[in-house]
Design a protein. Sequence first.
Length: 274
Amino acid sequence: MSKIALDEIGPVVLIGAGKMGLALARGWIGGGLPGGSLTLVDPQPGESTTAFAAETGATLRPKAPEGVARVLVLAIKPQVMGEVLPALKPVVGPHTLVVSIAAGISIARIAEGLGTLRVIRTMPNTPAQIGQGISGAVAGEGADEADRAVADALLAAAGEVVWVGSESAIDGVTAVSGSGPAYVFNFVEALAAAAAEQGFSAEQAMRLARQTVIGAAALMAADPTPVETLRKNVTSPKGTTEAALGVLMAADGLAPLVSRAVTAARRRSEELGK
């Protein structure tokens, strides 16, 4: 896939400037997209969105602008997609690329609602806010290599990009990495609760749990060693870690629990598209 610079893309119209939409927008501006090439559309923008527009020179509007967009990014909740698409149809022309990050909403549904086949469906995650996200993406049949390059540049500004071979895989991406940060945060909550049971104060327990996970993640980022080996490096034979892993890695332990959680998330993603 050929590479394209963000300052070669535009104008970009972002529909929905909530946490995820704004995280992407920050990545675009930081990666070289001129503020004047970005329009944020949000009927009820938060203080952070208003401040971002003022700082970067991006345009902030309550409704989509008149005229045809070069790139239209849909960062809205799937539950409101049905009412939003008709209002956006005038913004879409034959040369408009549509990029959707709405969970569960199929390319076919977006294509029908906007009257275009140039649609790319993707699912980023919240670490995009600090440029450490990962997005799964799939191109519709009407999107060409140039469209993929544009979408790749926009998504790469917020982290890594994985292009998958089928649209059904996006529901899996949603369940694994899209929702995944919440699983990690919940693990920190559980580890902190376990620490509190050992007699630590709530503040000490959370500090221990948070930094343990932050440190482990940083080690993974810095060391290309397989995670299985990293786990074994912590585990002394007949030691404390081995005793704990005997519980976590039991037949009814962490792996089947995570599998059920991911399956539930995927099922919900599929339901949202119906």
